[in-house]
Design a protein around this ligand. Structure first.
Ligand code: SAH
Length: 251
């Protein structure tokens, strides 16, 4: 997804290297790749790579900064993810709205950061003040603190949903769809379909029009492209050939 290239996940002061790897994996499953670490207690190690599984590329490309201010210096929107509400009043969004906002601003060309705090203590008030918006996952109020990588997963999923909602063009990864087949290509297919239904004795004495009308409606609704119509016609040609062979055998 194109917008994803302008969205970074920032982990501040992470205490468990394993969580860094799990966060990288969470990101990659959702098509995100920009991981930024701010003063991690321990640099990514073997445990991080083990938990990253196939996302070691995301982990290896992670940049490391001394301070949060440095990590987000070029960002136009900074979303601070927090497990609890604070004294400092920031605009607060739930993950779905945060995803929509981040993706739409990234699509407009802005750099965006989603910031996650330390496992034990979250973000400091000074770090939190650098954020423009607070994001809170509405968890069980009596037990609202998610594992760091799981919080990253929830937000990454919402970013992906928001990007997909904008359309496959901006999601970028979907196979590009060819334009639908032309009218003439569709009529060529329908005429071969009608012939084939005769050859395989599909109608069994009934008038062919009603079945053909329904089949036309079905295939027109599907809007196959030229390549798909060619495959369908290949199937029909084989069906006709098999019917002919069976006819010769029975004769
Ligand atoms: N005890 C810490 C919890 C930290 S959990 C505290 O009270 O802040 C590590 C990080 O995961 C948090 O800093 C936050 O960025 C993210 N996180 C965990 N649970 C979350 C939730 N319910 N909503 C948003 N982010 C959450």
């Amino acid at each position: 997804m194109a917008a994803a290239e302008r969205i970074r996940i920032v982990l501040v002061g992470t205490q468990h290297p394993g969580n860094i790897g799990s966060a990288a994996r969470a990101m990659k499953t959702m098509g995100l790749s920009r991981l930024v670490l701010v003063a991690p207690e321990k640099a990514p190690n073997a445990e991080s790579y083990a938990l990253a599984a196939g996302a070691d590329d995301v982990l290896a490309a992670a940049s490391i900064h001394e301070t949060l201010a440095e990590a987000i210096a070029d960002c136009r929107l900074v979303l601070g993810c927090t497990a609890r509400s604070r004294r400092i009043a920031l605009e607060e969004l739930e993950p779905r709205a945060a995803g929509v906002r981040a993706v739409s601003e990234a699509a407009g060309g802005s750099e965006i950061a989603l910031v996650f705090g330390r496992e034990r203590t979250g973000l400091t008030n000074d770090e939190y003040e650098l954020c423009h918006v607070a994001v809170h996952i509405q968890a069980n109020p009596d037990y609202s603190s998610l594992n760091l990588a799981m919080a990253v997963q929830v937000l990454s999923y919402e970013l992906r949903m928001a990007a997909l909602a904008v359309g496959p063009a901006s999601a970028g990864e979907d196979e590009r769809r060819e334009p639908p087949a032309s009218h003439a290509e569709m009529e060529g297919f329908f005429s071969q379909l009608a012939d084939t239904l005769d050859v395989i004795d599909f109608h069994k004495g009934r008038a062919p029009e009603s079945a053909m009308r329904k089949l036309r409606r079905l295939f027109l609704r599907a809007q196959p492209d030229t390549r798909e119509v060619r495959i369908l016609r290949g199937v029909l040609a084989d069906a006709q050939r098999m019917a002919r062979l069976a006819g010769e055998r029975d004769a």
